[in-house]
Write a protein that binds this ligand. Sequence first.
Ligand code: HBI
Ligand code: FE
Length: 294
Amino acid sequence: MEARRVEHQMTEKGYVPVYTTAVVEQPWGAYTATDHRVWESLFLRQREILKGRACREFIDAQDAMGMGANQIPKFDELNAVLRETTGWELIGVEGLLPELTFFEHLAARRFPVTWWIRRPDQLDYIAEPDLFHDLFGHVPLLMNPVFADYMAAYGRGGVKAHGCGPEALAALTRLYWYTVEFGLIDTPEGLRIYGAGIVSSKGESIHCLESAAPNRIGFDLERIMRTRYRIDTFQKSYFVIDSFDQLFEATRPDFRPLYARLAGQATIPAGEVWASDRVFQRGSGEGWLADGDV
Ligand code: HBI
Ligand code: FE
């Protein structure tokens, strides 16, 4: 299926994807045997890797939605469960949406899912979001009532931020990056993954918990909104929440005074650690301690 790929357009930046805003019906009957095999391989591989690494809420939600390995799930079937549980709905899209369109969907509890899946030679890495990243990575936590509300609130915040200038948008994008995409959560069993960018990546699932290289820093809203990030390598820093409630509560206030303060402050390089950061030590799933606990 050649026509399915996002179109690209030549600009002064080189070929960039055309940000189509269309909502499309999932063309489920058009998936090939290869497409289903790619889903199956990735699903089985990640579920194995995520044992003891992903948070319980993520794994339980995947099971509860009936997301399985044997075939690409049907959006309609997932939607029946999702609507009933948290009022969210999946919609099919071609790929990345313009920010405002994306925010408007989230605010209305619609999660855009890229309908096409990567090729067999792209199992380890693909630059743009595909069906595996969106469905396997993002959708399960929409079953969690608190996380589901956080995502909708994030969308409303995004719509509001659109009138507040590019700095506000940059700050909100960093918040999404360091929570929804690359977030870690501290649990009684140890640090666990909840970010979609991590759970959908074999390499990063191991790296974020087991490598000595990255920083693991306690969640701090303003700190996150100032921290730059890389999109083409494993993260240099991850931010750790104590609970989804903490995430939701911290992002409840109006961000406008915060944006005003941020406008006068420098951004922070991705790998930098501050004395005021609450740093989590590396561990192998057990015996994780915050510095303050030692
Ligand atoms: N569009 N389909 C889709 N999926 C995303 O995750 C997405 C997007 N558009 C913009 C966007 N993400 C980012 O700008 C977020 O930081 C908001
Ligand atoms: Fe994503």
